[in-house]
Design a protein around this ligand. Structure first.
Ligand code: 3HC
Length: 288
């Protein structure tokens, strides 16, 4: 399997990450089929593509031909078999629940052609946790994008002990073809590089807010103005999803039993209220 063998990419999940990864792949010239259980999510993803691409033309960042070609390469369907059945490369960006991912990988193994690579965009789950649900562990790896995926330049590729060198290489080549910078990790570690660093920042920011030392807006102001980050940790959690922050912290807490990993009261409160951030129009901030 080589980069040139990839003609069609299937993206599983039309949510926060999947819809932008789909557009990103279409802009790089791939036929893309994005699939989700929810028709509503698929409709939103399609509307995003139909709005975003013309906007890029208006901004002078894309020619009309490029936008039309990308749009022509995208399809959004609830039909999982139709989306994955003839895919050469699959990027799974579904909900961060291990049982669901394992079932998806078992189904993908059954449905996709034997040569297809199955990658997970999970934010923290290493691919060895899903590879053994397939009969092709050598073709399973992590390919982790950052939000917003159309903007952020980095992709973490994780080559687990089960992942073949060929799969890791093709994934790094695909990353470059998408215009991204790839980092190849040859050891699996929970949260990889970036989310481990981000988690340390978020944990401290939540602790300071929980202790009443400063309000989320003040902490964000401090981080943007003193450290030069484009967004403070609370605004960033609103962007990436408070549900995701909760699930990842909870999973880590359950796996380690370490009290230091217990989700902060403020995070639990936001999660319980369904205030997941931008997608819920309310998180640490309120959105129109
Ligand atoms: N979708 C697509 N494009 C977007 C966008 C979005 N949601 N938000 C902004 N953009 C684009 C704009 O179109 C613009 O593009 P252009 O310069 O080519 O015209 C460019 O980004 C800059 O946009 P703005 O001027 O409107 O806004 P900002 O300069 O404030 O940038 C930002 C917005 C890019 C989101 C910036 O604030 C940023 O980089 N924030 C940090 C994001 C970050 O840290 N991401 C990683 C999160 S961790 C993660 O994803 C882990 C995962 O596991 C969840």
């Amino acid at each position: 399997m080589k980069l040139e063998d990839i003609k069609k990419i299937c993206v599983i999940g039309a949510g926060n990450m999947g819809h932008q990864i789909s557009v990103c792949c279409a802009l790089a010239g791939y036929k893309v089929s994005c699939t989700d259980l929810s028709q509503d999510m698929l409709d939103k993803a399609e509307t995003f593509a139909k709005t975003y691409l013309p906007e890029r033309v208006t901004k002078g960042k894309l020619s009309q031909v490029q936008a039309d070609e990308a749009l022509g390469k995208l399809s959004f369907t609830q039909n999982f078999e139709e989306a994955a059945g003839n895919a050469d490369y699959v990027i799974e960006a579904a909900v961060e629940k291990i049982d669901i991912k394992r079932k998806l990988f078992a189904d993908l193994d059954r449905i996709t052609p034997p040569h297809a690579i199955l990658a997970t965009n999970s934010s923290f789950i290493v691919s060895s946790q899903v590879a053994d649900a397939t009969k092709r562990p050598g073709k399973v790896c992590n390919m982790h994008f950052f939000n917003p995926a159309l903007v952020m330049k980095l992709v973490e590729v994780v080559q687990g002990a089960h992942t073949s060198a060929e799969t890791a290489q093709v994934t790094m080549d695909l990353t470059a073809k998408l215009g991204k910078t790839g980092i190849l990790l040859k050891k699996e570690i929970y949260g990889f590089l970036v989310n481990r660093i981000l988690n340390a920042i978020n944990t401290e920011a939540l602790y300071l807010a929980d202790m009443g030392i400063a309000a989320p807006e003040e902490i964000d102001l401090a981080v943007t103005n003193a450290l030069g980050h484009p967004m403070g940790p609370f605004r960033l959690m609103d962007l990436t999803g408070i549900d995701l922050a909760y699930y990842s912290t909870m999973e880590r807490y359950q796996n380690t039993g370490d009290i230091a990993n217990k989700p902060s009261p403020l995070l639990v409160e936001k999660f319980t209220k369904g205030e997941y951030g931008i997608k819920a129009k309310k998180g640490f901030y309120t959105y129109d």
